[in-house]
Unconditional design. Structure first.
Length: 683
């Protein structure tokens, strides 16, 4: 699971002891009041915002005067009205005449009116550019957002920034929300008059920090405060405790940032799970203003199998001006063992989407990874599953093509490999041990059952979900099955399928699916018509440690064109968040994971093993085979990539000399079938 952050603070800067100082924060928006995306699908202006400057302003202009919807003080005095330039300047001097140009300069500057806030250097000259406003929150803690969308910024073709005014606190935020590639060139800060200003370090060439994500996850913002920085102020910014841990010593780790004017030389770190407190005095420090520090407490948590823990972590600094941000609480569960993690990648696609061949290539590139399962979720074409299509945008936001893994990380499908790497080592509490997927020709139904195992007792709404996917889908030959292809002609570079070597840049537009062998990984069925799994498939409030069998409702075989080119994917889903905890995949027509062990006469010996272990099995036909070994934490310690083997008896020897005593798992994949065997090393 991801580390939990109270507020991720990266740096702080103070300008003398004047009227304003600023702090820098990364991740999320100020107070998390604004959860709108930085841009809508198709670019332009976000729905629900009121535009005060429209697009294509090639000559800089001022907006009409606007009224602040709450009481606000600037530089210690009340202000009520403002106007904004198309070049990123907000001024409370509504009588100002000359509009600042799009080329920024250091502030204070004669080009900027008195009493102004600057994102100077933005240029709303494009056809999708807007300056728009919206108020978030409720009194007395509202925020007025002035949003600059799709504006040019230095060599960046489009940037999304906002100026935010906050009720009661009188704070000013400058929010960096979204940028394409290039180098930004902004003059950012607050100008009081022609001789006094407070600017962000790097002005007038402040570069962009936020990436292309339209959500607030990678936003970066500057918080301007009126007054002077307190002498002592520390903030606990992270408590790095996973929601699931193994047995034994677990480090209590965290980090803090010095928000005070004086260096931090010593402080106390205390954690308590009800058996403490356990306090460590950190001495010999020299953490300057804006400096951060990572620590590991000298007393670890001793985790006992099956126990759950709720831990408070607290910092104590002498003279701290703000104790409210010194404590974080986290909970964790100690598992009896940590299963191998299988990652599910979901691609948003459609035959109408000219850039979506990139998604097909992205999924194809992951087929050799045994711990990855790909699903193509179609929109607006004959392969669409309405329920899946309606819900996928919640977990994989944005336009097409889009991609996400386990519904917790999203991005471009060309980045499946990186998203997979970021997710595959997560500790999860459960595994899909067995899938039985058979076609019953008497009823013309697909019958699916599964066994999942939980390695600790967890609270919440967890469910089991089933998706049927199919490869080589061709369709009926009508135009709606043809793939629109914006890569044709090579203007966007080469795009080559890593499995078939099909070249999209020379394929024409549109492309008949017969030409590239059909659509792969296509979702054809979703159990219970919801991404959140079957209600009642697991206990509704608490799932205790142990195994759970579940039979899905029979599936009409007509959902697929070819049973033998189809697979069943079973997932354990957190129904409160949509997160996929673990998954497995099996071919239809097999007897599933456990029976596959018998079909292939699999043997692992000796077991327990000492210096080596043998893995033997039989293949009735030529098959693609891959295997990997994981330790009890789920870490892959040995692997063999997918290889085509001839039919007959097979034997592999694995050197275990470097393995310490303990429990390991051998994971064997044969032609889409998955077998897991426990291995004990005892020397």
């Amino acid at each position: 699971m991801k580390k939990i952050f109270l507020l991720s603070a990266l740096a702080l800067c103070q300008f003398a002891f004047g009227q304003y100082y600023y702090l820098e924060y990364s991740g999320g928006t100020p107070g998390d009041l604004n959860q709108d995306g930085a841009y809508p699908e198709g670019s332009g202006q976000v729905a629900g915002w009121n535009s005060i400057i429209g697009p294509s302003q090639t000559t800089p202009i001022w907006s009409a005067d606007q009224t602040i919807p709450f009481t606000f003080n600037f530089n210690g005095s009340p202000v009520t009205d403002y106007k904004v330039s198309s070049t990123g300047v907000l001024t409370f001097d509504t009588g100002a005449g000359t509009v600042p140009g799009a080329t920024s300069a250091a502030i204070p500057s004669a080009s900027i009116p008195d009493n102004s806030i600057c994102l100077w250097g933005l240029e709303a000259s494009g056809t999708n550019d807007n300056v728009s406003i919206k108020t978030f929150g409720s009194a007395p803690n509202r925020q007025l957002w002035i949003h600059f969308s799709s504006c040019a910024n230095g060599s960046i073709a489009w940037s999304y920034y906002s100026i935010v005014l906050e009720e009661t606190s009188d704070k000013i935020y400058l929010v960096d929300q979204r940028n394409t590639t290039g180098t930004g060139a902004l003059s950012m800060g607050v100008q009081i008059n022609s001789t006094t200003a407070y600017s962000v370090t790097g002005s007038p060439n402040v570069d962009a920090v936020a990436g292309t994500d339209a959500t607030p996850v990678d936003d970066f913002y500057y918080e301007f405060n009126f007054g002077t920085l307190p002498a002592a102020d520390v903030q606990l910014t992270s408590f790095d405790l996973l929601p699931y841990v193994g047995i034994g010593n677990v480090d209590i780790e965290g980090s803090f940032v010095n928000y005070g004017a004086d260096p931090i030389t010593a402080l106390d770190v205390t954690w308590d799970d009800g058996t403490g407190p356990y306090t460590q005095n950190l001495t010999g420090l020299n953490i300057p203003t804006n400096g951060s520090y990572n620590f590991t407490h000298s007393t670890p948590l001793v985790a006992v199998s099956g126990n759950s823990y709720t831990i408070d972590l607290t910092l104590t600094l002498t003279g701290d001006a703000n104790m409210a941000d010194n404590t974080l609480q986290m909970s964790t569960i100690s598992l009896t063992s940590i299963p191998t993690k299988v990652v599910v990648g979901e691609e948003k696609t459609g035959t109408w989407c000219g850039w979506c061949p990139r998604g097909a290539v992205g999924l194809a590139g992951m087929e050799s990874e045994p711990q990855f399962i790909g699903i193509a979720v179609h929109n607006g074409d004959p392969m669409t599953i309405t329920a899946y299509d309606n819900e996928i945008g919640t977990y994989v936001p944005g336009g097409y093509p889009g991609a996400g893994v386990d519904r917790v990380i999203d991005g471009d499908p060309s980045d499946f490999d990186q998203m997979f790497a970021d997710r595959v080592n997560e500790v999860v509490p459960c595994a899909v041990n067995e899938i039985t997927a058979n076609y019953n020709d008497g009823t013309d139904k697909i019958e699916v059952s599964t066994t999942v195992e939980f390695f600790g007792t967890v609270g919440g709404d967890y469910r089991i979900s089933c998706v049927v996917i199919e490869d080589d889908v061709i369709g009926d030959g009508t135009a709606s099955w043809n793939q629109t292809n914006y890569y044709d002609g090579g203007g966007s570079g080469l795009l080559t399928d890593p499995i078939t070597s099909f070249e999209w840049s020379t394929a024409g537009d549109p492309v008949d699916p017969n030409d590239f062998g059909g659509y792969d990984h296509v979702a054809r069925y979703l159990s219970s018509s919801t991404m959140l799994g079957d209600a009642g498939s697991l206990p509704s409030s608490t799932v205790t440690e142990g195994t759970y069998d579940y039979d899905f409702a029979d599936i009409n075989a007509s959902v697929v064109d070819d049973i033998f080119k189809s697979h069943v994917v079973v997932m354990v889903v957190n129904a409160n968040t949509g997160e996929i905890l673990n998954a497995g995949k099996a071919s239809i027509g097999t007897s599933g994971l456990t029976t596959a062990e018998n079909n292939f006469n699999l043997s692992v010996y000796p077991n327990p093993a000492n210096d080596q272990v043998n893995l033997s099995f039989n293949l009735a036909n030529n098959e693609k085979v891959a295997y990997f070994v994981t330790d009890i934490t789920g870490k892959v310690i040995y692997s063999v990539s997918e290889t085509e083997l001839q039919s007959g008896a097979q034997k592999f020897t694995i050197d275990t000399n470097n393995l310490t005593d303990g429990v390991y798992f051998i994971n064997l994949q044969i032609g889409g079938k998955n077998i897991t065997k426990k291995l004990v090393i005892a020397k």
